[in-house]
Write a protein that binds this ligand. Sequence first.
Ligand code: PHE
Length: 340
Amino acid sequence: MLPNKDDILRELNQELASVSSLQDLEKLKARYLGKTGIVKELSKAIKDIPPEERKSYGSLVNEIKDAVEEIFKEKFSYFKSLEESKKLSKDFIDPTLPITSQLGSLHPISLTLERILSILKSMGFLEQEGPELEKEEYNFDMLNIPKYHPARDMQDTFYVNKEGYVLRTHTSPIQIRTMLSNKPPIYITAPGKVYRKDDDPTHSPMFFQVEGLAVDKHISLRHLKYVLDTFLNIFFGKSLKTRYRSSYFPFTEPSFEVDIECVMCGGAGCRVCKQSGWLEVMGCGMVHPNVLKNCDIDPSLYTGFAFGMGVERLAMLYYGISNIKLFYENDIRFLAQFEE
Ligand code: PHE
């Protein structure tokens, strides 16, 4: 009796429908095409077929074998591509996606410091540095602040257990260092960290200052006012009214506090300027003759001016920040707002 090709293929297709893995497919293939598989058994059975039917039986078995092989070949390639696409979707990289990692940006204090220095540099003031652990002598004595002088209380000092040294309370000792090692003309800026026992929403125990010093022949108050007015106008990007209020620093005479019209309210009066319309932005004055003498510079030949400003203070006014602590908390959401 001849095998029924259609029945065999239908049964195979039914069985294939429930195959879900490559492994099961291998097993099924063995059952059909293996050494003792269904197709092999059909071939072996040829010996029981009467000789006159063998030819047609043989060619039918071959047809069945070819058809079964074809079906398996298709199913195998289907499983392979399925597996490949599974792997691909797992390792999928979309090269068109934007980069997700956040790029860093400069700290607002660094940006402000850089801007201050570059404006002053354009006016001929070159940068000098000094140590944060400073000789008491340079931080006070040579700046005309003798021991036991009440002026030492103006800036509450961090003393350290190294005799004769303090954490500098201002950048003014860099004036002394510069005048001791250079003769006039001197035009410098001196940026750096300074330390004071001071801590509230607008004061921090560590903050940044920029000092300025000019010593030359015929330096007068008019030069000081021109340099600072010009600096403030460039820094705030607008023409601002300024006011030089008489003040006191032991190392300058006369001394002034510089006020600008309030950048928040334009001088009308607001919370930031405490309704006064003015904002204090720095201290300045003509270098005291004693300070020049202390550095072996003849005050009858040379005069000079000096100024000192707080970088945080200027940054807070420029960016409209009300609490100084924001600069030191390193909250990325705050810091990322100041990209240039
Ligand atoms: N050193 C002063 C301060 O820290 C600022 C200042 C510098 C004033 C130079 C006058 C001249 O307050």
